[in-house]
Design a protein around this ligand. Structure first.
Ligand SMILES: Cc1ncc(C[n+]2csc(CCOP(=O)(O)OP(=O)(O)O)c2C)c(N)n1
Ligand SMILES: [Mg+2]
Length: 292
């Protein structure tokens, strides 16, 4: 793993998201969007581990980070949100409904889970080590089709990696008020799924946990489940003021920000150089999207 590259990628996602928020407030973007500020770790790591030319990847409404990582071109995401023909879905999908090669998202909470179970079923019958992977939030853990998919991927031994990004809230609903368990571990293990949990506060652990899970799915041709504890610093969608998030939770994650975790292992000069490179790239992307 190249920490400098990982920092570049996470900063690119964060600064693109901040740019998208500012374009909304300047009236240059319309509709709504769901940013992933604070949740840059999983998309950056998956860009190292998943190849959407042969693997399948599905996600949902909060997928700007994955979209930037999978295309490698932020213009394709921002262009899509602006309705441009060079956008990921030719400007017709908006921020929630995009695709690129074998990467797909939609706005149905956890809705890509049965689709990725299906992709896993197809891959199981091919002579390949390619895998299917789905990423969703804690709110999806109470959707029937998500739970049915857990049962299917276990029972049929499908090569599917399931990643739960638990940011503590489904819109404004705290996870502990709608789930009878203090953690999802018992429920996931109840389906017989191999489960691991990692906090995005420690970048190296996040990277290693996801890498181990990807390798296990590739080689065993069976499912794995990883729960990532994380936090969003932005609102659920662009108009949400986040009144329901306690200050102490924000403070904890400001100190344990995944970006800080990786930056702390680099020199100040390296971080400054990478930050300047990212800022220039975001400006270049923004100008391209406005002018084309
Ligand atoms: C089937 C379905 N039910 C409800 C919604 C409305 N909705 C959009 S996002 C969201 C919350 C999702 O929370 P979570 O899965 O934790 O993801 P997060 O927003 O935290 O990333 C809900 C309920 C939806 N899009 N689809
Ligand atoms: Mg959530």
């Amino acid at each position: 793993m190249d920490r400098k590259e990982m920092l570049y990628k996470m900063l690119l996602i964060r600064k693109m998201e901040q740019k998208i928020e500012s374009l909304f407030s300047r009236g240059l973007l319309r509709g709504t969007t769901h940013c992933c500020i604070g949740e840059e770790g999983v998309p950056a790591v998956l860009s190292d581990l998943i190849d959407v030319s042969r693997d399948y990847l599905g996600s949902g409404h909060r997928a700007h980070g994955l979209s930037i990582m999978m295309t490698g071109r932020p213009e394709m995401l921002l262009g899509e949100i602006m309705g441009k023909s060079f956008g990921m879905a030719r400007g017709l999908g908006g921020s929630q409904h995009v695709y690129y090669k074998n990467y797909f998202t939609n706005g149905i909470t956890g809705g890509m889970t049965p689709v990725m179970a299906g992709a896993g079923f197809a891959l199981k019958h091919e002579n390949t080590d390619a895998i299917a992977c789905v990423v969703f939030g804690d709110g999806a853990m109470n959707e029937g089709y998500v739970l049915e998919s857990f049962n299917l991927v276990r029972e049929m031994e499908l090569p599917v990696l399931i990643i739960l990004e638990n940011n503590g809230y489904a819109m404004s609903t705290p996870v502990e008020t709608v789930n009878p368990y203090s953690s999802f571990e018992d429920r996931v293990k109840g389906f017989g799924l191999p489960y691991s949990q990692v906090s995005a506060a420690d970048f190296d652990s996040l990277y290693n946990t996801l890498k181990t899970a990807v390798v296990k799915v590739r080689t065993s041709r069976g499912p794995q489940f990883v729960e990532v504890l994380t936090h969003r610093f932005c609102g659920h969608s662009k108009s949400d003021k986040r009144h329901y998030i306690p200050a102490e939770r924000d403070e904890y994650w400001h100190e344990h920000d995944t970006i800080r975790s990786v930056a702390s292992k680099l020199s100040e000069a390296e971080v400054a150089e990478i930050t300047a490179k990212v800022e220039a790239r975001v400006e270049e992307c923004c100008q391209y999207c406005i002018n084309n």
